[in-house]
Design a protein around this ligand. Structure first.
Ligand code: HEC
Length: 172
């Protein structure tokens, strides 16, 4: 009978280490929403409501990375948020950034640089005000955000828009 104890112990160790691994994965999911919880690519956003357009220089707070045109889009749920001040779960906002080029004295859009997304899911993204933040490289759509960068997105959005985290206003 005694030979059974070492093998029972081995099973116990395996079960406990399995629990440890899954707990570590849960922690990563909570912290690194970019990869693990996966803000989805906003398919079809070019057919959503256009909120506004801006033109940033490289001296702005976003530096050279954000220099260029940005267009903001809102899905139907996000549009409701702009109107009521409360963004429901399922609201998605897109910040689509393009290089600038000049041609024949005109200032035009260059290639797409990247697409920033805010996706409202108050349970999944509870740690960042209910918003999931992600950045998709253009044109590959590769996800680029690390948990550290997500924290920076959130910090700025929280500072500039303390109640709803959404900074832009819907213009007529
Ligand atoms: C330095 C501050 C700052 C940081 C950091 C920042 N943003 Fe923003 N973001 C802004 C400002 C300002 C606007 C509004 C621009 C306008 O009105 O034209 C904005 C707008 C947006 C919008 C449109 C909705 C809204 O709030 O108006 C999205 C989506 C967005 N940002 C995503 C992101 C993501 C994703 C990150 C991280 C990669 C990020 N932002 C980091 C300042 C910031």
């Amino acid at each position: 009978m005694t030979w059974r104890w070492p093998s029972l112990l081995a099973v116990l160790v395996l079960v406990l280490s399995g629990l440890e691994v899954s707990r570590a994965q849960d922690a990563r999911t909570a912290a690194g929403q970019g990869e693990a919880a996966g803000v989805p690519y906003p398919e079809g956003f070019r057919r959503w409501a256009h909120v506004k357009t801006g033109l940033s220089g490289s001296a702005g707070p976003g530096g050279a990375r954000y220099a260029g045109f940005h267009h903001i889009y809102a899905n139907a749920a996000a549009l409701e948020g702009y109107e009521t001040g409360r963004f429901p779960d399922g609201a998605v906002l897109v910040f689509d950034v393009f290089d600038v080029r000049t041609q024949d004295g005109n200032t035009l859009e260059g290639p797409r640089k990247f697409t920033d997304v805010m996706h409202k899911d108050s349970r999944r993204y509870a740690a960042t005000g209910g918003w999931g933040f992600e950045e998709f490289e253009g044109p590959s759509r590769a996800r680029v955000l690390s948990p550290e960068v997500v924290a920076r997105c959130f910090a700025c959005h929280e500072r500039l828009a303390p109640s709803g985290h959404v900074i832009s206003k819907l213009r007529e």
